[in-house]
Design a binder for this molecule. Structure first.
Ligand code: SF4
Length: 321
């Protein structure tokens, strides 16, 4: 089978994508279609149709491990194999089996990208122990600010989540990265970020990065923080702040329209990023994007003078416990 045929046959793997912080990252999607406990204002995948905290057994872990086995046998390389994609990976009841498989059958590091909402559960903390790196999130300082930014499932309690982070820190030997997403007007005041920094210190993440809307968010009222504001807020977190590693641009993914579609549906990207990802001229990528848009498989939108490719998502927001 040719490399492109193999890549096009994957249902749960995507990439490797060039990530700003983690170099090359092969994505494993445990939450297709988008399944999440949050409906963040800034979500780049689009709105969550129904937030949920019900953990499920789909997709079947055996199918995911089969795909990983095929990918590993292909001889491809990456920096991380990452549990990420269309939603929250810890909503899968057995996400830890994928982490254990990566540890036992590959030479690559594993990365769990989680919104942290279920770290109050002992089983989630236990399964996450098999990861090399766990990325958690903290964008707020109390229940009201938590609800405003994440529009979380109503059953989720901010304090319980933070207690879960503290308990996880006590037992986890690997690296915890913390993402703080700045939403101007909601959590960007100095005194608000000082409260977030004080909470972060209680569970001692190994590094922290400040994020702000660089791609079109779920709610178009979310604006990008200015560089001046980013600098001012970064100072609050001091040495915890991580400088992004340069992307490993030399190792690129084989191009096909299906590869573009699989990538964009989990990882919205700009035309420029896609050209870098596939190491092709922007005109060639643009032609594929226009075809995918005509087929109503993606949507194209402009922000800040850049063209972005986004997944098609539903706009009806409901909650489910
Ligand atoms: S940003 Fe992450 S946690 Fe928030 S809604 Fe999107 S997928 Fe869920």
């Amino acid at each position: 089978m040719k490399t492109n045929d193999i890549q096009n046959s994957y249902k749960y793997l995507f990439g490797p994508v060039v990530s700003r912080r983690y170099g090359l990252s092969l994505g494993v999607d445990l939450a297709v279609p988008k399944t999440c406990s949050f409906n963040c204002l800034f979500c780049q995948i689009g709105e969550t149709a129904q937030t949920t905290i019900t953990r499920q057994s789909q997709p079947p872990i055996a199918e995911i491990l089969n795909e990983l086995t095929v990918w590993l046998k292909s001889g491809a390389a990456t920096d991380y194999i990452t549990l990420a994609g269309s939603g929250e990976p810890t909503l899968h009841k057995n996400f830890g089996e994928v982490l254990t498989f990566i540890r036992d059958h590959s030479a690559f590091k594993s990365l769990l990208l989680s919104n942290g909402s279920l770290f109050s559960l002992a089983d989630v903390r236990q399964q996450a122990l098999a990861a090399d790196v766990v990325k958690l999130s903290l964008h707020s300082w109390d229940q009201a600010s938590f609800q405003a930014v994440t529009r979380a499932n109503p059953a989720l309690k901010f304090e319980t989540i933070i207690q879960g982070y503290q308990q996880f820190r006590e037992i986890f030997q690997g690296r915890i990265d913390l993402e703080v997403f700045m939403v101007p007007g909601l959590n960007d005041r100095v005194e608000q970020m000082e409260k977030i920094a004080a909470i972060a210190r209680t569970f001692a993440p190994d590094s922290l990065y400040l994020n702000s809307a660089s791609r079109p968010p779920a709610d178009s009222c979310v604006t990008q923080a200015t560089p001046e504001l980013m600098d001012r807020i970064s100072a609050i977190f001091g040495t915890l702040i991580q400088v992004p590693a340069p992307p490993a641009a030399a190792r690129v993914q084989a191009f096909s329209p299906t590869a573009v579609l699989r990538l964009v549906s989990r990882h919205p990207a700009s035309l420029k990023q896609l050209a870098q990802q596939f190491n092709l001229p922007q005109e060639r990528i643009m032609a594929a994007l226009q075809k995918l848009e005509q087929q109503q498989l993606i949507q194209l939108t402009e922000q800040g003078g850049e063209l972005f490719a986004l997944p098609i998502v539903t706009k009806n927001v409901q909650t489910q416990e």
